[in-house]
Write a protein of this length. Structure first.
Length: 169
C-alpha cells in the first residue's frame, strides 16, 4: 500500500497526518482474512513513512493522567525536529528541545536532544554541569513506548500508536 497526504484517524480523538507511507497491511491472525473495518484484525508493516507526530503524542501518548509532558507541538525547522511543551513533573515549566531524528536498527525512533531550553533559557549546559540528563526528567517506563537514555528520547511505534499496530524499520 501507499498513502500520500492522508489524515488517518485511529479513533475519534486521535489522528495523524500521514504525508507519505509505503508498506503493507498484514492480517493479525494469518489464518483469517484481515477485516479493514476492525483495527484489531490487521497490522501495518511500514517500509518508510513521514508523519506529523504532534497530535498523536498529545492525544494518545502523553494524554494519560500522570504524563510528565503536556501540550506538545512538533515541527521541523532547518532539517531538525523541534518539540515544545510543558514539563508537568516540574510544575508545568515550558520547555523546548531541538535535535536530530533518526531510526534505530530495531525500528524505533530516536530523538537526540542537541539543544534544551526551559523558560526560554538554554539549559543543556547547565544540566550537564549538574549531571542532569533527559532521562532524569522523563522516566523510562512511565509512558508505554517512550524510553529515555541519557539525552535521547526513544519512541517505539509499535507501542506509541493505538491500534492498528504498526511496525517496521
Amino acid at each position: 500500500m501507499q498513502m500520500r497526504n492522508v489524515m488517518y484517524h485511529f479513533s475519534s480523538n486521535v489522528a495523524v497526518h500521514i504525508k507519505t507511507l509505503d508498506g503493507q497491511f498484514d492480517p493479525a491472525d494469518p489464518s483469517v482474512y484481515p477485516v479493514f473495518d476492525n483495527k484489531d484484525f490487521f497490522t501495518v508493516a511500514i517500509n518508510s513513512a513521514e508523519t506529523d507526530l504532534g497530535n498523536v503524542l498529545n492525544s494518545y501518548v502523553f494524554a494519560r493522567p500522570k504524563a510528565p509532558i503536556r501540550g506538545l507541538s512538533v515541527t521541523i525547522q532547518s532539517g531538525r525536529l523541534k518539540i515544545k511543551g510543558r514539563l508537568h513533573e516540574a510544575g508545568a515549566i515550558p520547555f523546548e528541545t531541538e535535535g536530530e531524528l533518526t531510526p534505530t536498527q530495531d525500528g524505533k525512533i530516536l530523538l537526540h536532544a542537541a539543544k534544551v531550553k526551559a523558560l526560554h533559557v538554554p539549559v543543556k549546559k547547565i544540566m550537564g554541569l549538574f549531571g542532569v540528563e533527559m532521562s532524569d526528567l522523563i522516566k523510562s517506563g512511565k509512558i508505554p513506548g517512550v524510553e529515555t537514555h541519557e539525552d535521547d528520547l526513544i519512541l517505539d511505534p509499535a507501542l506509541v500508536f493505538p491500534p492498528p499496530h504498526m511496525h517496521g524499520k
